[in-house]
Design a protein around this ligand. Structure first.
Ligand SMILES: N[C@@H](CCC(=O)N[C@@H](CS)C(=O)NCC(=O)O)C(=O)O
Length: 211
């Protein structure tokens, strides 16, 4: 099994944090996204979505999508459990992970890609084309994230982690969502004290210091 990754990217770091939390070691090949290696062969054929991370199994099967890779690895290496130990926990962790991805992580990814000159010509992940950066999308991503913060701040008053008292894969998504908010300089501390506490606690985990 081989993991194709590029350490500076947000999704690459989600996988790496997951691997460290679970104490899994996988042969990893770094593809330099900045030098467009993901568009070259054999990688373009392996993953025509032209994104990292992706996992190559020993039989040649390619698994893309960060969460799909994590789920696969969770089944191979069940301990420590990051996707829940029973039906209820699994459903709740999946629910929180989707909420954080859809309402925070992805909107902020699009804010960043529509804002920073570094992403000109590569506004949509896995593409190199003339799609224009739209300032309205920067704003819309931040607005969506702030609606999410309004909703999760009261929840985090009574829950140490996003899905209750146990750290889960949803907190990994949360950690990198909050990292994106730092890059976009979104103020958290005063308006969202419980999110701030959660963010701080996640940022002190050993698995975060990965580089
Ligand atoms: N939905 C995919 C998204 C993967 C993705 O967007 N990866 C980014 C890095 S964070 C990438 O490879 N971008 C390539 C590019 O910049 O064109 C997942 O969850 O794994």
């Amino acid at each position: 099994m081989k993991l194709y990754n590029f350490t500076p990217a947000a999704n690459a770091q989600r996988i790496q944090m997951f691997l460290i939390e679970k104490n899994i070691e996988i042969e990893t090949i770094q593809l330099n996204v900045r030098e467009d290696e993901i568009f070259k062969e054999p990688y373009n054929t392996m993953n025509p979505f032209n994104c990292i991370p992706f996992l190559e199994l020993d039989d040649g099967t390619i698994i893309c999508e960060t969460m799909s890779i994590c789920r696969y690895l969770e089944e191979l290496y069940p301990e420590p459990c990051l996707f829940g130990t029973n039906s209820k926990e699994r459903a709740l962790i999946d629910m929180w992970n989707r909420r954080l991805e859809l309402d925070g992580f992805l909107p902020l990814i699009h804010s960043l890609r529509n804002k920073t000159s570094f992403f000109i010509g590569k506004v949509i992940p896995g593409t190199r084309n003339e799609v224009k950066q739209l300032p309205e999308l920067v704003q819309r991503g931040i607005e969506m994230f702030e609606i999410l913060l309004d909703r999760i701040d009261p929840h985090l008053l009574n829950n140490q982690f996003i899905s209750g008292n146990n750290f889960s894969v949803a907190d990994i998504t949360g950690h990198f969502m909050m990292n994106l908010s730092k890059i976009l300089k979104i103020e958290i501390k005063n308006d969202y004290p419980n999110v701030y506490r959660w963010q701080y606690e996640l940022s002190t985990r050993q698995s975060v210091n990965i580089n």
